[in-house]
Design a protein around this ligand. Sequence first.
Ligand code: NCD
Length: 324
Amino acid sequence: MEPDDTKLQFDDDGNLRHLLSLRDFDATLLTRLMDEAEAYLTAPGALPARNHSLAGRTVGNLFFEPSTRTRASFDLAGRRLGADVLNLDVNTSSRKKGESILDTIYTLEAMQVDIMVVRDASDGVPAYIARHVKDHVSVLNAGESDVSHPTQGLLDLLTMRQHNPDFGNLAVAIVGDIQHSRVAMSASEALRAMGVGELRLISPPALIPDASRFPGAVIVDNLADGLRDADVVMALRIQRERIGNLDGIPGIDEYFANYGISHESMKLAKPDAIVMHPGPMNRGIEIEGTLADGPRSVIAKQVTNGVAIRMAVLSRIGKMMSAQ
Ligand code: NCD
């Protein structure tokens, strides 16, 4: 996202028009979105929340990178708000035949798709599309290269708030391939806006990020230093698909021994600390399987919160559209 793209996200009245990044979100907006999402959560076993706030709208899911949970989550969120949802099959899409992304977008616009949910491996694609769509169309970033994954950042924030709403007293440790992680980027933008007590980013030396991308965070390459007395521990996958040269990247056993989140390494964190992972997870590499399935894990909660957060974002976009 370029500096002037800030204006792109909000309309003249300050309403959310496109969701490209959390960079410019303040605590008030983040809190409102989390509150709106909470209203969509129902008790286990109860039917999921539904309304008609997107009735008549069409959501297009354009995932030009693999996805299971984010795509399914946007799909369900759109349907539960009464929208038609179109899931574009990337393997058979005309982009494979060399069609430009804008031609794909203009084709969908011509079919009256008015909310485009986009995932792409290149930087700047969601903002580029947002700059070219018609005035009544909204673009939601569902994962952009290693730059931004705003709905993931929101759902992670909500999951942390459910554990402890006092962000100022929270120590959050994110462990793994920070350098290539859009999840770490969006989470850190959201946490900074909420005034998080401490954000620690832990990764092997070869995957240490550029500190200027994470202002205020403590960056370490030693797991014990990062985990000590943490309230929240989030494990991340090594983004092998984004790493050109794997030299210096630890192998599986070495990685688990030094950076794996396990029952053993969690002894360093606070006794009630929660364990998070955005998925897809590699058991036995970045996280011990029984820990991921155990009582400290909120991984399934993250997924549930993901649908609620996407419903909150979509219904806000729907309201903005109806007011136009
Ligand atoms: C992440 C993603 O795609 O950025 N997963 C997700 O959206 N739940 C993390 C990853 O791929 O490792």
